[in-house]
Write a protein that binds this ligand. Structure first.
Ligand code: UDP
Length: 328
């Protein structure tokens, strides 16, 4: 009998790639999403498969899934600083009420559950690169607090269910990830720069551009997640690409890739923007025998092809199709 897996946030960037991977592995996949930031176009190709189901549901409300459920991946959450500003309460609710509902479901169904945590639990880190043992430097009341604290609460709640209810849990701390199906208008640096290049606009660097990030291609991340889920490791694990770059260098790479003749403009640096970020992936290497394989040159090329293939109205309208549009 095929195993059944519930993927929350299944219509999102990471969620949809996970749906693809688990379908490929022979699972029955149930994607759940309330489509606040997800987009059905990401999973449109899966609707014809009998192994695939979609529930249009907000996991902050009671979650019911009939039948057996062997695995749950909780990947539903807004995940960009622009989203946290626009929908802060939903961001907090999906990480707190949402995880409580899903842990309850996992307990009832005896499922293994993995939660998507984030490098944001380290805040603006004072330790570099960041190992899992670092407790972080988070401002709870800053603009990112709604995301960072929800994710920290989510980790605490998951460990409590593991310890108290003996639930089979996994926690993945995801660092900046990119690839096809990122939302063009979510404000994240990669879709921002590529979107600007395609529309012939200037590239907007926040601050001087000396802040660093380390970008992981989505297929590498999905492989790490798959291995962690199938492993017996219950403590949080970093998954990301340690190849670190300043945002200024990153803008220059995008200029080279796209051939844009536009210039770079500097805008004010948002509050609490982390100055540096790089995952320490020793644990993933040793325990999962995992490390990223896709170089930034290769990953960016594939991602750029994807953005170039989007219809013009998506590029200019800067919004995405909602459930109602989709079922019309
Ligand atoms: N950033 C930028 N220009 C943009 C969007 C983002 O310079 O148009 C910067 C942002 O200030 C941050 C970095 O790029 O330092 C990564 O931002 P993103 O929102 O992608 O992710 P996060 O800050 O959560 O890592």
């Amino acid at each position: 009998m095929p195993k059944r897996i519930l993927i929350t946030g299944g219509a999102g960037f990471l969620g949809s790639h996970l749906c693809d991977r688990f379908i490929k592995e022979g699972f029955e996949v149930i994607a759940m999403d309330n489509l606040i930031t997800g987009d059905l176009r990401n999973i449109e190709h899966l609707f014809k498969l009998k192994e695939f189901e979609f529930y249009n549901h907000d996991v902050s409300k009671f979650v019911h899934v009939p039948g057996e459920l062997h695995y749950i991946l909780h990947f539903a959450s807004p995940a960009s600083p622009i989203d946290y500003l626009k929908i802060p309460i939903q961001t907090l609710k999906v990480g707190s009420l949402g995880i409580h509902n899903l842990l309850g479901l996992a307990k009832q169904k005896n499922s293994r559950i993995m939660i998507a945590s984030t490098s944001e639990v380290y805040g603006d880190p004072t330790v570099h690169p960041q190992p899992e043992e670092y407790y972080g430097n988070v401002n709870p009341v800053g603009p990112r607090g709604v995301y960072d604290e929800a994710k920290r609460f989510q980790e605490a709640m998951t460990m409590a269910y593991h310890t108290y209810h003996k639930l089979d849990t996994r926690i993945v701390r995801i660092f900046n990830t990119y690839g096809p199906r990122m939302r063009l208008n979510d404000g994240r640096v990669l879709p921002a720069f590529i979107g600007q290049a395609l529309r012939g606009e200037d590239l907007t660097i926040f601050g001087e551009g000396t802040q660093t990030r380390s970008f992981c291609y989505v297929d590498d991340l999905v492989e790490g997640i798959y291995r962690l889920l199938m492993s017996g490791y219950v403590l949080p694990m970093n998954i990301g690409n340690p190849s670190e770059i300043t945002i200024k260098e990153f803008a220059e790479e995008i200029i080279k890739l796209t051939g844009t003749t536009q210039k770079i403009v500097h805008l004010p640096l948002p509050k609490d923007d982390p100055k540096q970020r790089q995952p320490d992936i020793s644990k993933a290497k040793n325990i999962l025998n995992w490390e990223p394989k896709v170089s930034r040159v290769e990953g960016l090329r594939i991602t750029y092809e994807y953005f170039k293939s989007l219809p013009k109205e998506v590029l200019y309208h800067r919004d995405h199709k909602k459930f109602d549009d989709f079922i019309k």
